[in-house]
Design a protein. Structure first.
Length: 455
């Protein structure tokens, strides 16, 4: 549909029509009077009408040129106003569609990524990014979402920005910055290697109830960003901030509910299952110590059951710890496990490095159970006086050694197939593409080595 003039514009054009008509009538009247009094006396009598006609024609031409020039300027102004209204209408339509698109995903990270993608399409920018700041530092970027860049391009550029340069200027001022050439801004510090070329720039904060939800950056729009672009993006930013804040609220609420449920399960396991197992273990130990008529086979089986229950309790304690925290420190978990096994006077620990902090919780779980098995064997079967747990790692693998000074034994080639504990240790390490190595000599102690690659 062709654009139509606004009623107010049609009303404002009517006075100009009357003014132009009156000016034309007044101009003709004044020309005739001036001609008769100032020009006609000096002309031959027979040429008055012809001369007046020529003067009127020339005057009308100049007058028409002047009037139509004014009308042409007005028409251009009206056309530009209509075009701007059309752009605003299209922008509002795009903004409405963009706002709807932002709410089509539920996960917080997906919503933030969707905001970046929609903002880039809304403005016609080639690239877009959104910076999320640290909770306890209003000037440090913790997460950086991009749009318009491939995964290979992002990887080639290295670490994401930390809040310096022009991006940091938007963070510090909390005001929009619009530039035709971002390199000309005093805060610009250039680009890292492999960064795509960028010139035009529009950056602004996403504010919700005076709280910064993030900072949006748009670059490389053909022809640069206009004031209309900035106005539209500011409207979009307000809605985007509200959507992100709402998503974060629900995420925090779900996390809180999950944490409470984990705490409940942990309490139930600790107060119920764990205490029952502990009581059963004590009963078995008391039975072995108090009943003298038990034959050696029964004692051996009861001790094996007690060790199995002890391993199970360690497994449950580790599970409880994993419920309470998203990260587990291997050294702390190991110390806790050994203390629960009894006095640690005969045990020492050595750590050559701190890469154990990089261990995945499931790897820690399998290591703890394997170490517990080795320590239990050193105490109950080897009658060791001292046990050393030693951690060492390289760039390719990590290794834990359990070294004791006990009685030792003569290793059998197929012991892993006959000894329950050794078989379990082997299975746990094979899960991580690792292996168990056991070195022992009679009366010279035993060394159990647990080795696994990082990947």
């Amino acid at each position: 549909m062709p654009p139509t003039a606004d009623p107010a514009e049609r009303t404002s054009a009517k006075p100009w029509r009357w003014i132009a008509t009156l000016m034309a009538m007044a101009g003709v009247s004044v020309t005739i009077v001036l001609f008769h009094y100032l020009v006609a006396p000096y002309l031959p009598r027979g040429s008055h009408d012809f001369s007046l006609a020529i003067i009127l024609v020339i005057g009308t031409g100049f007058f028409s040129y002047f009037v139509f020039g004014i009308l042409s300027q007005q028409q251009k102004a009206v056309t530009l106003a209509n075009q701007r209204l059309e752009r605003q209408r299209d922008g509002l339509t795009a903004l409405r569609e963009a706002s709807y698109a932002m709410t089509t995903v539920g996960d917080w990270h997906d919503i933030v990524q969707n905001v970046v993608d929609v903002a880039r399409k809304l403005t016609g920018a080639r690239y877009a990014a959104l910076a999320v700041l640290e909770d306890d530092d209003a000037y440090t970027i913790s997460q950086f979402f991009t749009s318009g860049l491939s995964a290979e391009e992002v990887a080639a550029m290295g670490p994401y920005p930390t809040g310096r340069g022009l991006l940091g200027e938007v963070i510090r001022t909390r005001r929009p910055i619009r530039l035709q050439r971002l390199q000309d801004h005093p805060a610009s510090v250039g680009f890292p290697p492999h960064h795509p070329k960028m010139e035009s720039f529009l950056g602004l904060p996403l504010l919700y109830q005076n709280q910064v939800m993030g900072h949006l950056y748009l670059t490389e729009k053909a022809g640069g960003f206009t004031a209309d672009d900035q106005s539209m993006v500011e409207l979009f930013a307000r809605q985007a901030a509200a959507v992100i804040a709402n998503a974060r609220f629900y995420q925090d609420r779900e996390s809180f509910a999950t944490l409470k449920e984990r705490e409940r399960i942990g309490r139930d396991l600790h107060d119920g299952v764990l205490q029952t197992l502990y009581g059963t273990t004590l009963s078995i130990d008391n039975l072995v110590d108090s009943v003298e008529t038990l034959d050696p086979f029964a004692i051996k089986e009861l001790m094996r059951i007690s060790e199995t229950l002890s391993l199970l309790m360690t497994d449950i304690r580790f599970f409880i710890q994993s419920l309470e925290s998203t990260s587990i420190d291997f050294k702390i978990a190991l110390t806790d496990m050994l203390r629960r096994q009894g006095p640690m006077d005969d045990i020492s620990m050595e750590f050559d490095d701190s890469r154990y902090l990089d261990l995945h919780p499931e790897r820690i779980h399998d290591l703890l159970l394997s170490i517990q098995e080795a320590v239990s064997n050193a105490r109950s079967h080897g009658h060791a006086h001292h046990i050393l747990v030693h951690w060492h790692s390289t760039a390719e693998s990590y290794q834990v050694q359990i070294i004791d000074d006990g009685e030792g034994f003569v290793p059998q080639p197929d012991a892993s197939h006959t000894h329950f504990g050794v078989r379990n240790m082997s299975k746990r390490m094979e899960r991580w593409h690792g292996h168990v190595d056991i070195q022992s000599r009679l009366h010279e102690g035993t060394t159990v080595t647990l080795t696994a690659p990082w990947l």
